[in-house]
Design a protein around this ligand. Structure first.
Ligand SMILES: Cc1cc2nc3c(=O)[nH]c(=O)nc-3n(C[C@H](O)[C@H](O)[C@H](O)COP(=O)(O)O)c2cc1C
Length: 330
């Protein structure tokens, strides 16, 4: 049977399937089940910069005192009162004792601050790597894309300087020049790049005229976006890529490895099918590899990256033009 193991940021994973950051990691039973069903690693749900800063600056008290002025800020992070950074570190320590497979801690951040030292604490809690999720919704028209990128790169550099374990950066697809920013993130010391985080998009319920804050799960088609970029970027980028968003089946895993990814992260598909589904995907992946005559993942990784395709524009605009022109008429 084919060997489905992979090396991601220098860490050997028995499977390329990583359980992405999600509420699964809020229960030890789930984490054990992920390990038992053959996940290569698991990303623990994020510690948010705001959680750390709220505790550090006693912002909460301040907000209470100013409730009149900032009522929205109090509801913005409603559960943080009960979920401080110390509890988070303790949770990571506890998790580390319960399972043996690689654990990746996640920091969700927007700007520099004292909170950076938590990278070290997460490392000391026993994590094998860190994932830095740069999730920002910039609404200030005076802030340029250059300002945002500089701010984010400062955070990457500071985290890399603080932690001795490898750091992956999880990005959104919303950069004017994604290749340029990925290049800068790698120059700042990232060992891994996770494409992409999935932005929470608020919706409006027109009947109630209220905000609808449900999270929608992804679909398999959504994986085309990270697939394109992994195929393009893995051509030259020196970091390891992990796909996130829309990885729902063993074929999706195969697609991403063919494009050049070292690993994939799954969340939505595991909410749909349960954590045991990882075992099924592993089996299907190895069956597919057997059928193709691949003994290990390196035999075919990147085989369909932009560089390795005969058509040098395969993942670029030319294909879009071709697809539109060739679509059936009526
Ligand atoms: C319920 C839920 C909780 C999540 N929590 C986090 C989180 O704490 N940190 C993070 O970086 N991403 C988080 N995500 C995003 C996922 O890690 C992942 O990037 C996204 O769901 C896309 O992958 P998918 O298509 O496999 O669902 C969460 C997603 C869901 C659905």
């Amino acid at each position: 049977m084919a060997d489905i193991s992979t090396i991601y940021m220098g860490i050997r994973l028995t499977s390329p399937i990583i359980v992405g950051a999600s509420t699964f990691s809020r229960k030890i039973d789930n984490i054990k089940r992920a390990e038992d069903s053959g996940a290569g690693a698991l990303v623990i749900y994020s510690l948010f910069q705001e959680q750390i800063e709220i505790e550090r600056n006693e912002l909460e008290d301040e907000l209470r005192a100013n409730e009149e002025a900032f009522p929205e800020a109090l509801t913005y992070f409603p559960q943080m009162e009960h979920a401080g950074p110390r509890e988070h570190i303790m949770w990571v320590e506890k998790t580390r004792k319960e399972v043996k497979f690689p654990l990746i801690a996640s920091l969700n951040a927007i700007s520099l601050g004292d909170w950076i030292e938590y990278a070290k604490q997460l490392e000391n809690a026993g994590c094998d790597a860190l994932e830095l999720n740069l999730y920002a919704v910039e609404t200030d028209p005076t802030v340029s894309s250059e300002d945002i990128e500089e701010r984010q790169l400062d955070v990457v550099e500071a985290i890399v300087a603080t932690a001795a374990i490898p750091v992956a950066v999880k990005l959104s697809p919303f950069y004017t020049s994604l290749p340029n920013f990925v290049d800068s993130v790698i120059a700042a010391g990232a060992a891994g790049v996770v494409l992409f985080n999935r932005f929470y998009q608020p919706f409006i319920d027109p009947l109630k005229e209220e905000l609808d804050i449900r999270l929608d799960l992804s679909r398999s088609e959504d994986t085309r976006l990270p697939l394109r970029w992994i195929a393009i970027l893995s051509e030259w980028a020196t970091a390891d890529f992990a796909a996130s968003t829309g990885v729902h089946t063993a074929f999706d895993v195969a697609r991403h490895l063919l494009a050049g990814a070292k690993a994939v992260q799954c969340v939505s598909t595991l909410y749909n099918h349960g954590l045991d589904y990882i075992g099924e995907m592993n089996l299907e992946l190895s069956r597919w590899m057997d059928g193709k005559g691949y003994k290990n993942t390196e035999n075919f990784r990147g085989k369909m990256s932009q560089k390795n395709l005969r058509d040098p524009y395969a993942f670029e605009r030319a294909q879009y033009v071709k697809a539109l022109l060739e679509y059936k008429q009526g």
